[in-house]
Write a protein that binds this ligand. Structure first.
Ligand code: UDX
Length: 447
């Protein structure tokens, strides 16, 4: 009989994972403690913008016409405990307020709520990004609190999905990493992931600690790549070099690779910034803090880019105060194809200029509602053209495709001044210069 799967926490990761598990053919029950989320999901509505996810929900959520009916949602822990052979824990682990360490309270409370309802054999699988050592601690907790005792096992299976590609990354993962202690856990996870494994996704079996570390070290490496190229951008600017050409040239070396070498205002979002900080904090607790002091530098190079964008804007506007200057900001989300504005470099830059007296008008294809609720005092426009109308400068801060396809000529007629600063080095300088704009990228020559 096919495995029954529960997914605990139906945010970004969990909603996608639940829908993907239904797509792979399993009976799935998603659980969340937020009633509004559950109600929305039951109607097949996605709590955030993620390409392809809504279609997948409609294909499987029970009660929706024509669906497979394999995916249901609940708020009842007893129902979840009874239903699942495998329970995936997908709750978030944000940065703790005022500290670098991550907040484990959602993971801890999910495990504590589930444990008393595990009355028969079950596998609990952690997917959340956690400090190394957590799986060990949670396994001990389950052994003590689950009525089924030793019949309840734990595994750690980190998730590597990228926002904007979440469905694709979940259905066709570039690798599967499972930290296990026993053969039964491995066997069950091989069953869960049989389809992607048959399609060629590598399946790696490790111990708990290694599985936990794979996730934090992968994100640290990605953050390092971005900060490396941003550091090169700073040097290029000082030496009159071109970081875009430099990145292309070093990228031909396949030991280096071309990806994740786009210089600009740096990384943000709900993962990379908090994950490198939590990793430093955990290494400190383990007495290995020296090994990760470089991440402090990675973090500060990254945060510095936001300030550099503000200063570049000031300089291009003549060097004085922002008072009375009209600034159009294209992009509010931390990356394109997402409505996520958590720790968004774009909103950070917009906010800094606004707080220094600039009149900022923001437009984003999908992030307007989230941006408005996080930063209600900024100005907002319904289109790129409206944001640009009357502007003294245009800042391109999130590289949506829509912005690459803008009509530079039409925008030039709407703007007060043809001045565009590309905080993502993603626009074609030639196109803009031909339309009479002064174009400045980050770490790129003036003309
Ligand atoms: C990241 C990891 O990629 C993913 O594997 C992990 O599971 C979660 O964290 P995500 O947060 O969705 O995913 O974003 P990602 O695509 O990694 O981008 C992070 C940030 O880096 C964005 O703000 C993006 O604009 C920025 N970035 C990316 C650059 O500034 N330059 C680049 O070359 C690439």
């Amino acid at each position: 009989m096919a495995l029954k799967i529960t997914v605990i926490g139906t945010g970004y990761l969990g909603a996608t994972h639940a829908a993907a598990m239904a797509e792979l053919g399993f009976e799935v029950l998603g659980l969340d403690v937020v009633p509004e989320k559950i109600e929305k999901l039951r109607r097949g509505e996605v709590p955030m913008y993620e390409p392809g996810l809504e279609e997948l929900l409609h294909k499987h959520v029970a009660g929706i016409e024509g669906s497979s009916g394999r995916l249901r949602f609940t708020m009842d822990w007893a129902e979840a405990g009874e239903f699942g052979d495998v329970h995936f824990v997908c709750v978030n682990t944000p940065q703790r307020h005022g500290e670098y360490a991550c907040d484990m309270s959602y993971v801890d409370s999910a495990i504590a709520s589930l444990a008393p309802h595990l009355k028969g054999p079950a596998l609990v699988v952690g997917k959340s990004t956690v400090p190394v050592g957590s799986a060990d601690r949670l396994a001990a907790y389950l052994a003590e609190h689950a009525p089924a005792g030793a019949d309840v096992e734990l595994a750690w299976n980190p998730e590597f999905l990228r926002e904007g590609f979440a469905v694709e990354d979940t259905l066709h993962p570039d690798r599967l990493v499972v930290g296990v202690r026993g053969e039964r856990a491995e066997k069950l996870l091989r069953e869960v992931y049989a389809t992607p494994v048959a399609e060629g996704s590598p399946f790696m079996v490790t111990d708990f600690a290694t599985a936990e570390l794979v996730k934090t070290s992968a994100n640290s490496f990605l953050a390092t790549k971005i900060s490396f190229i941003n550091a090169m951008a700073e040097v290029c600017e000082a030496a009159d070099g071109d970081v875009a050409k430099l990145a292309e040239a070093i990228g031909y070396d396949d030991r280096i690779g071309k990806k994740f070498l786009r210089a600009g205002i740096g990384f943000g979002g709900g993962c990379l910034p908090k994950d490198i900080r939590a990793f430093m904090a955990r290494a400190g607790e383990l007495g290995a803090d020296q090994a990760l002091t470089f991440l402090r530098e990675i973090d500060s190079i990254n945060m510095r880019q936001r300030g550099r964008m503000v200063e570049l804007t000031r300089q291009e506007l003549g060097g004085g105060a922002f008072l009375g200057k009209r600034v159009a900001v294209l992009g509010a989300t931390f990356k394109p194809d997402s409505d996520d504005v958590r720790d968004s470099p774009a909103l950070n830059v917009a906010g800094q200029i606004h707080l220094q007296g600039g009149q900022v008008t923001v437009y984003d294809p999908k992030g307007m509602d989230n941006a408005r609720s996080l930063f209600p005092t900024l100005g907002y426009a319904d289109s790129a053209l409206e944001a640009v109308r009357g502007a003294d400068v245009v800042l391109h801060l999130t590289e949506w495709r829509e912005f690459r396809e803008l009509d530079a000529q039409a925008l030039g007629e709407a703007a007060a001044q043809r001045l565009i600063l590309d905080g993502r080095n993603a626009l074609d300088p030639e196109v803009w210069r031909k339309a009479g704009w002064r174009y400045r990228g980050m770490g790129r020559p003036t003309a």
